[in-house]
Ligand binder design. Structure first.
Ligand code: NAD
Ligand code: MG
Length: 405
């Protein structure tokens, strides 16, 4: 599979166990699920570093249990709190500030990095891991949306390997393994499934007045706040279309979206003979996380198995891009230029934060993003990380201003 973002993982040299694992964003929803997988298979992993944002209490609990030599937090307040909470006799090095996450991502002690920070904050650490040639289990889709071309280039140059944690992309990966021809010519398209979120089937009047609590109430998945709102607006699926284009090296026209409210079929690959291969499972992120952390091996996860007779019916429908414009905006942004997705992502992050804070309505999210995209002038294709991050920062300021902040 030549067009894959990194060396096609089935062709990469085997990685021995125990694997030396660093987790960026260990205190979040993905991080917590990953540590549950690790706790179930302690012989397979040595946790060498844990990095959280500001949740010192949860990080202290995790560190006390897994005893990594290296920890990182976002600021001094969290670092002080963390130091106070650690047990006597355990004195890990504690790094502080955004650069700490890059240092952990690229540090010599790990050979497997789980990138699970939320948002654009995950971009530089993911890029650092890619430049350092790591095996990366990638949950932070925003890093590909913001700077996918740079991460692709870094993987090509360093030999870094990417395994997709996002359930849809992991499903695609599993449906491609063992079936994909070397140059991808037998591949017809990728079909990403979407639950449709909590507002599927609602009308425009309803969407105009939804509350943050309603948007956070996802029907099938338990996730962090930002991705939950993204799922409600279908921006999550839009970001995932871009993520799929970068991971699998395909144009946006070869990536379809199919709404599947039961979240049992996690995505499908269509081949040129019309065959569609799907990956099915209960909606629990431990499955794709374990698949990435243990690849190419599979491990027992001690969770209820999928019982299709009990599920009864699986249904599918087209996404409504009229009511949920974020999906359309993401596809247009990817087709427009490599820097438009950076604008899309930054505008979305700020708009979601403002919506969660109660200062804008749900439908203001696509409105604010669309006007930012319309005014953006594309950067050259070879824009570097500094240029993309400058666009990210300018967009954030402008969206706050446009929202009256
Ligand atoms: P979350 O909000 O639960 O956790 C985010 C983590 O990032 C926390 O550890 C937090 O402390 C840390 N963090 C936040 N801001 C930071 C910053 N500025 N610098 C450093 N660390 C920071 O989020 P999540 O739901 O676990 O999602 C993490 C990533 O995984 C996102 O990119 C999301 O899109 C992706 N993802 C999540 C799921 C899921 O089921 N939760 C599924 C697929 C993909
Ligand atoms: Mg997903």
């Amino acid at each position: 599979m030549k067009s894959y973002i990194s060396t096609w993982p089935p062709l990469a040299p085997a990685q021995p166990f125990p694997r030396r694992l660093a987790i960026l964003g260990s205190t979040g929803s993905i991080g917590v699920s990953a540590l549950r997988v690790v706790a179930g298979h302690p012989e397979l992993f040595q946790v060498v570093a844990l990095a959280g944002g500001r949740n010192a209490k949860r990080l202290a609990e995790q560190a006390t249990k897994f005893r990594p030599a290296l920890l990182a937090v976002l600021d001094e307040t969290a670092a002080r709190e963390l130091r106070d909470l650690l047990p006597t006799g355990y004195a890990p090095e504690i790094l502080v500030g955004p650069a700490a996450f890059e240092a952990i991502a690229a540090g010599p002690d790990s050979d497997l990095v789980l990138s699970a920070i939320v948002g654009a904050a995950g971009f530089l650490p993911t890029l650092a891991a890619a430049n350092a040639g790591k095996r990366i289990a990638l949950a932070n889709k925003e890093s590909l949306v913001l700077g996918g071309l740079l991460i692709r280039k870094a993987c090509r140059e360093s030999g870094a390997l990417i395994l997709p944690v996002d359930s849809e992309h992991n499903a695609l990966f599993q449906a491609l393994c063992g079936h994909a021809d070397a140059d991808g010519k037998e591949l017809s398209k990728l079909i990403l499934t979407a639950s449709g979120g909590p507002f599927r089937g609602r009308d425009a009047a309803f969407l105009a007045s939804v509350t943050p609590a309603q948007a956070l109430n996802h029907p099938n998945w338990s996730m962090g706040a930002k991705i939950s709102v993204d799922s409600a607006s279908l921006m999550n699926k839009g970001l995932e279309v871009i993520e799929a284009c970068h991971l699998y090296g395909l144009p946006v026209t070869q990536v379809d979206v199919l709404v599947h409210p039961q979240s049992i079929v996690h995505s499908l690959v269509e081949y040129i003979d019309g065959s569609q291969l799907a990956h099915l499972g209960v909606p629990d992120m431990r499955i794709p996380i374990a698949h990435c952390l243990c690849f190419p091996h599979r491990v027992e996860l001690n969770m209820p198995r999928l019982d299709l007779a009990q599920v009864g019916g699986l249904t599918f429908e087209r996404a409504d891009e009229g009511l949920f414009p974020c999906l359309r905006l993401a596809k247009e942004a990817y087709a427009a230029s490599p820097s438009h997705p950076a604008v899309l992502n930054a505008a979305n992050e700020v708009a979601v934060e403002l919506f969660l804070g109660g200062s804008i309505g749900f439908m203001d999210i696509p409105r604010l993003i669309e006007s930012e995209l319309a005014r953006h002038t594309a950067l050259p294709k070879d824009a570097d990380a500094g240029q993309l991050l400058a666009v990210d920062a300018e967009t954030r300021l402008r969206v706050r201003k446009a929202a009256g902040e």
